[in-house]
Design a protein around this ligand. Structure first.
Ligand code: GDG
Length: 489
């Protein structure tokens, strides 16, 4: 199924805008992010639409603000409104307390309730009703992510016959984890009502196929070189893997801007450390920030020549701060920073600069440029765009990327990055030391590999891969190893 002559209809939990209040006045502004950048050209060209929750409280005049906003655009944003109770149960509850931790292999954070499952069903139904209402025969429907797993199935129940595309931004867990979910059969069967499902990596797709094998044995699985197809209930679902990426040029060009160079220079001058290491994440237990702090502490213990010469800048962007597990993570980070800093700080130098805030674009690029090392150590991550952004912004071609083997990005970046197991503090500390002592020649060689990989497989290519129906059009380079299909059969 390809997009020619069709209008793109994107559906995601959040609309690509932020609605906020200043005093008595409500405002709306576009939000930035990989998905918007990726899809904006196609949705604009096809005069399509984007459906989702505007992310504001039910009291905000979202419909009015969006009507105004749509007047200046070639595509329409259509809001779906969610009650306070649904925000608690559908969003914080089933989406973020059940699916999010389970799909990230973090059973310790996993909980579920029947009530929240019902709310998830109800909100998915409302998304489906709205989609069914606004689509036309020439709509090309592309639904995104774990909040909306059931929407395809509910659309089918409503009689919608369009070709239904779905992309999962987070990992898909192995069978031994997935089977913990009380509604495992319902969810898996519902997902198979999509016609085309995209995963981030071959291993996510492999996990999905294994779950089908054990939980829906009557489904027929066929695989050849690049296609995986599941036949179930008189329906065919194509499975592909499409690593999401970034707009390389935007970061590469942005990194060259005068104000970014100034921000980078200012940061380095002020922090009084020869080498800066960057950590940049949303507040989330999947990102492995406490382990990163502990590995950094181990570095200072084990390699005394790093004391006074290397600092970790950790930016944590506030996220889901009302959820108890996230509040606890914030407290743990505060405590750890205090403990490590009080243990190692010297006059004019502190080991960890930790900030709980969001950076603006110039500061973000300034941090990417200023830091000699990026320490990206999620316990599990669908892809991790920060890793790719760091490489694209490293215009001096000499940064070192240390990357968790459990990030989706590892499948593409392992040749140039120093790969680590974030649970293993000792070897993560060793990897930081290796980056700290690495010659300029090796740094350049590695960063060149990373930058050319990110440039070649950028976000425009991701959209093209997904939207072109023919799996044959997927590149035949190392990231689409043909052996994967054989392993899954
Ligand atoms: C999900 C999956 C998958 C971060 N701090 C600031 C800032 N950011 C921007 C980065 C980057 C984005 O946020 C974070 O993207 P990630 O990919 O790292 O993580 P998630 O938000 O968890 O996204 C993930 C992704 O979906 C796409 O499929 O890769 O695995 O979990 O773009 O630049 N931006 C600004 N200030 C900050 O302080 N302006």
């Amino acid at each position: 199924m390809c997009l020619s002559n069709k209008k793109l209809v994107v559906v995601s939990n959040r609309l690509p805008v932020a609605i906020y209040q200043e005093g008595d006045q409500w405002h709306i502004k576009p939000s930035t992010g990989g998905l918007v950048t990726a899809l904006a050209p196609t949705i604009t060209r096809t005069k399509g639409m984007w459906l989702g929750w505007p992310g504001c409280s039910p009291d905000a005049p979202a419909a009015k603000l969006l009507t105004e906003y749509n007047k200046n655009r070639d595509y329409r944003l259509i809001p779906i409104l969610i009650t306070r109770e649904e925000i608690e149960k559908f969003y914080f509850g089933f989406s973020n307390n059940t699916i999010w931790p389970l799909f990230h292999d973090l059973l310790g954070h996993f909980s579920f309730s029947l009530d929240e499952w019902h709310s998830y069903l109800e909100v998915n139904r409302r998304f489906a009703e709205l989609i069914a209402d606004v689509i036309r025969p020439d709509s090309f429907i592309w639904i995104h992510d774990y909040h909306l797993l059931l929407v395809g199935h509910l659309l089918r129940e409503m009689g919608v016959r369009h070709y239904l595309n779905f992309f999962l931004h987070i990992p898909f867990p192995g069978y031994d984890l997935y089977r913990r979910l009380p509604w495992k059969h319902e969810i898996l069967k519902a997902i198979l009502d999509y016609d085309h499902i995209g995963f981030q990596t071959p291993s996510d797709r492999r996990n999905f196929i294994q779950c089908i094998k054990w939980l829906i044995p009557e489904a027929v699985r066929t695989m050849n070189k690049r296609q995986s197809i599941i036949y179930y209930n008189h329906h065919r679902t194509k499975l592909g893997y499409y690593p999401i990426s970034i707009d390389f040029n935007e970061f590469n060009e942005g990194g060259k801007a005068r104000e970014v160079a100034d921000a980078a220079w200012f940061l380095h001058e002020n922090l009084n450390s020869r080498i800066l290491v960057l950590g940049l994440d949303r507040l989330d237990y999947t990102k492995g920030i406490p382990n990163r702090f502990l590995a950094f502490e181990r570095l200072l213990e084990k390699y005394p020549d790093t004391i006074g010469n290397i600092s970790l800048i950790q930016i944590v962007v506030p996220s889901r701060t009302k959820v108890p597990d996230y509040m606890k993570l914030k407290t743990d980070l505060d405590t750890l920073t205090g403990r490590i800093n009080s243990r190692f700080s010297q006059h004019g130098w502190v080991p960890i600069h930790y900030q709980f805030r969001e950076l603006d674009r110039t500061q973000l690029l300034g941090h990417y440029r200023a830091c000699e090392i990026a320490l990206i150590t999620p316990l599990r991550d669908g892809m991790n765009l920060v890793a790719k952004e760091y490489c694209a912004s490293s215009i001096d071609n000499n940064g070192v990327l240390i990357l968790s083997e459990f990030a989706g990005a590892a499948a593409q970046l392992s040749r140039g990055a120093l790969m680590v197991n974030p649970y293993d503090l000792e070897s993560t500390a060793d990897a930081i030391y290796r980056a700290f002592t690495m010659t300029l020649e090796e740094r350049r060689r590695r960063m060149k590999i990373l930058r050319s990989e990110v440039k070649r497989n950028d976000v425009a290519r991701w959209v093209n891969w997904f939207l072109s129906s023919e799996f044959n059009s997927l590149p035949s380079d190392g990231y689409f190893p043909e052996t994967i299909d054989r392993q899954t059969s």
